[in-house]
Design a protein around this ligand. Sequence first.
Ligand code: ADP
Ligand code: MG
Length: 237
Amino acid sequence: MNGIEGRDIYAGYGKIEVLHGASIRAGQGEIVCIIGPNGSGKSTLLKSLFGLIMPRKGAVLFDGREVTHLTPEEKVRSGIAFVPQGRNVFASLTVRENLEMGGTPLDNEREVRQAIDEVLEAYPLLKDKLRDQAGNLSGGEKQLLALARADMIQPKVILMDEPSIGLAPRMIEEVYEQILTINAKRGVTFLIVEQNARKALSTAHRGYVLDLGVTCIEDTGAGLIDNEQVKKLYLGG
Ligand SMILES: Nc1ncnc2c1ncn2[C@@H]1O[C@H](COP(=O)(O)OP(=O)(O)O)[C@@H](O)[C@H]1O
Ligand SMILES: [Mg+2]
């Protein structure tokens, strides 16, 4: 299968095991969302897929090839990007410098400049802000910059941790519009973790509920929104 897959992942921190056999997949061009309560292991799952935490058991596959033990750097070079929680841009650097950081894996300055031009076409909101210090951007702009920085190397898969947390509703719309645009234009696969789940589920093609370290429900985004159990337990009624 093309895309990314986590198969029966066990992972944790020291003596604590957080994931007890979590399985997810996002096929090429799919937008897939993982929802679930605080502390259920959503971030741990993304980190395990990206190689920031090594799974103790289970496998990570990318385009059908096992990549479980690749480092994050190797994963980036193979086409997997990670946008961590918290809109972490380099606050003291300008927008352009942040984008340049995302271009580090590229071969030379010319390629980085070209990538910046392409990213600015795809992220028009950043165009007028190139010289601004990233720390002065609004929350939504920071999230877009974090996504654009990951997108500098045109990854096939983007893993995103809680992109909408703390954002005003209008900016949540902007961020999800951007995700949809990138997905439609380039067929980028998205695997998105959200605690604030409604917007993510209404955007996603498919979704999973992760609870207590296992993926317990899987359905289309719309199916999960309509699921009585999901509504009651995970969508606040
Ligand atoms: N670096 C860490 N060291 C020890 N425990 C951690 C660490 N990060 C997360 N945990 C624990 O792992 C569990 C799952 O955390 P996390 O994956 O962040 O959940 P979620 O993203 O779903 O809120 C929680 O109980 C949390 O306290
Ligand atoms: Mg988390």
